[in-house]
Write a protein that binds this ligand. Sequence first.
Ligand SMILES: Cc1ncc(COP(=O)(O)O)c(C=O)c1O
Length: 365
Amino acid sequence: MKTNYRPTWAEINLKNLWHNYSEAQKTVHPKTVIPVIKANAYGHGAIDVMKHLYDHGVRFFAVSLLEEALELRAIYKDIDILMMGPILAQDLAAASEHKIEITIYDEEIYQAVKSFKHWITVHLKIDTGMSRYGLTETNTIIKMVEELFQMEHVSFKGIYTHFATANENETFYHMQLNRFKEILHELSTLPPMIHISNSSSTFKYEKDYDFTTHVRLGISLYGLSLDDPKPDLKPVMSLKSKVVQIKELNAGDCVGYGATYCAKEKERIAILPIGYADGFIRKNKTGYVEINEKKYKIVGIICMDACFIKIDSDVNVGDIATLYGGLITIDEVAKRLNTISYEVCTSLSYRVPRIVIEGEKYDQS
Ligand SMILES: Cc1ncc(COP(=O)(O)O)c(C=O)c1O
């Protein structure tokens, strides 16, 4: 049955996704890249992303929420799933039943794990300076590590931290790194997995570490936020919409809510059926779209379901506009919106169908 009726969609290029994963894997070999597919794979569609990586042999995934973990587990029984976010004591049973690896990030959840009666796999998270989830006190960490190894119902699988910076502030990065190494040094036995790097740290530093076993790769899996040194990554998402109507304006005619944009002379306006309810937020009004390999300016105020583009005589009804991807990268859009690419791609709403392509263009006819 046809489920996509709208001429607005996001193309998810799985060939590029695999290219990006492989670039990271090459960089960290023989360690393993764990793809981070929380928040619907950063807006790209967690299930399709997972299935594609699974088909290429990837068997370890990381998410934030238990709901996200269970969604993956419903599809594959033979994958490892790390839940990086906080879990409530009352949900340990669900995590255990569905073999979700949980994160111990504070004393309370540690105690809940200790008194839990069923088999559970855990990773211990160390807060080395970000002041988000994780344990800070060296003595507490040493005691927990020793005890976790003794608990018969616990598989103590990993120890990790998360960096607040990698490119923006190298001093802070190294402070966190050194703190983590200091703690490892204090531990007499280590679990099988040690993982610290996110995307920037993976490409910038991971090859220098001989004490880690895995990296947790998020944004660069999707080809975004390319830092220095610039890895060879390719964007995975392009957001597209078709011109559904064209208005021929005379001088003085105005466009959209608030009539904020008025023509000074005869001009043409294309209407695209995409708006802020799709995650194409109102702040995009200062931006551009690409139609037939040319950039055109967005004008007027972006509506809930539509936006307006000032066009020339080359554009026709039915032409495809690319809002992100192609000439206009998500990184560039993020910069213009004074935010980060993470926010741009995760904000794309559920209303926009994600159409997977394996390198070729999607035929939206
Ligand atoms: C704990 C943890 N690890 C890894 C990642 C992946 O980070 P990045 O998307 O910068 O690669 C995230 C993302 O926020 C995270 O929260």
